[in-house]
Design a protein around this ligand. Structure first.
Ligand code: GLN
Length: 281
């Protein structure tokens, strides 16, 4: 069978299983199966596939048709300007989270040598994107998941910034190391009982620990803010990703912990997504 025929067959199977981007996904999975770029796949469609590539392709199509996200199949995801390695133990980097990178870069435009802490570092996409852009910054990333630490350390190595960041496998409540100019976090903030309403691709495959924000969706945000107030320098900035409907409650938690909420930033869909605050007392 040649590439073209396999692509068509793959896309048909995906379509039958209600995968909306069937054609594109089939192409991406083919490029993974034969370890070539998507451009190669499209310009060499008459090339015959060997048995090994064909069976790998068919396994990938099968997994995708069960809803497994493309990023977990290719084990890579572009975020900001860089490609991150990912595993099923990390949350897939979201385009909406790039809004945080943009805001942080604006916020620190004229600043050098800041120390940055990322709470719940996951794949490292947020922290490492900042560290790549700001050469004199130094970063620390912590995560409750040891596997996340493994992935974020690998990404730091891959992006050539290994000597600028340190990672710790720790719960935020037990982390007492250092004082920071800037703390960033994309904590889990979905209400536990609402997890089941997320898209199946998300809830069936992504790590629940990275999504579940407890009964009111704010349990982890509360912990992040409370501990940040101990770990941040006076006048330091705390930048958080939040859900579209958490602005008021998060503002009041910030206030109760000595922070002033400076600004809310909207995501690509125009919904509140990021809150910037300053430690004032
Ligand atoms: N934005 C993610 C989602 O909608 C949630 C990420 C999080 O809880 N930090 O799935």
């Amino acid at each position: 069978m040649n590439i073209c025929n396999a692509l068509i067959e793959g896309a048909e199977i995906l379509k039958k299983n209600s995968i909306s981007s069937a054609q594109l996904d089939s192409e991406i999975l083919m490029s993974k199966a034969i370890d070539k770029s998507r451009e190669y796949v499209l310009t060499n469609s008459l090339e015959k596939l060997d048995q090994k590539s064909l069976s790998l392709f068919s396994d990938l199509i099968k997994s995708r048709s069960f809803g497994k996200p493309i990023a977990y199949l290719t084990k890579k995801k572009f975020f900001w300007k860089y490609e991150f390695d990912i595993t099923e133990d990390v949350l897939i980097p979201r385009p909406d989270t790039e809004v945080l990178v943009e805001s942080i870069l604006k916020l620190t435009k004229n600043r050098t040598k800041l120390s940055v802490l990322d709470i719940g570092v996951g794949s490292g996409c947020l922290l490492l994107s900042i560290i790549k852009e700001k050469k004199s910054f130094r970063g620390v990333g912590i995560d409750v998941s040891k596997k996340c630490i493994h992935t974020s350390s690998f990404n730091a190595f891959k992006l050539g910034v290994k000597n600028k960041v340190k990672f710790f496998n720790s719960n935020i409540d037990n982390f007492k190391f250092g004082k920071y100019d800037l703390i960033i976090s994309n904590p889990p903030y979905i209400k536990s009982f609402e997890l089941k309403y997320l898209e199946k691709d998300i809830v069936d495959f992504e790590p629940i620990v990275a999504l579940d924000g407890g009964l009111d969706g704010l349990s982890e945000i509360r912990k992040v803010i409370k501990n940040s107030s101990e770990l941040i320098k006076k006048n330091g900035k705390l930048v958080l990703e939040i859900a579209f409907n958490q602005k008021q409650k998060v503002k009041s938690i910030l206030f109760n912990n000595g922070f002033y909420a400076n600004k809310i930033i909207k995501d690509l869909a125009g919904k509140d997504r990021c809150i910037i605050s300053t430690k004032i007392k």
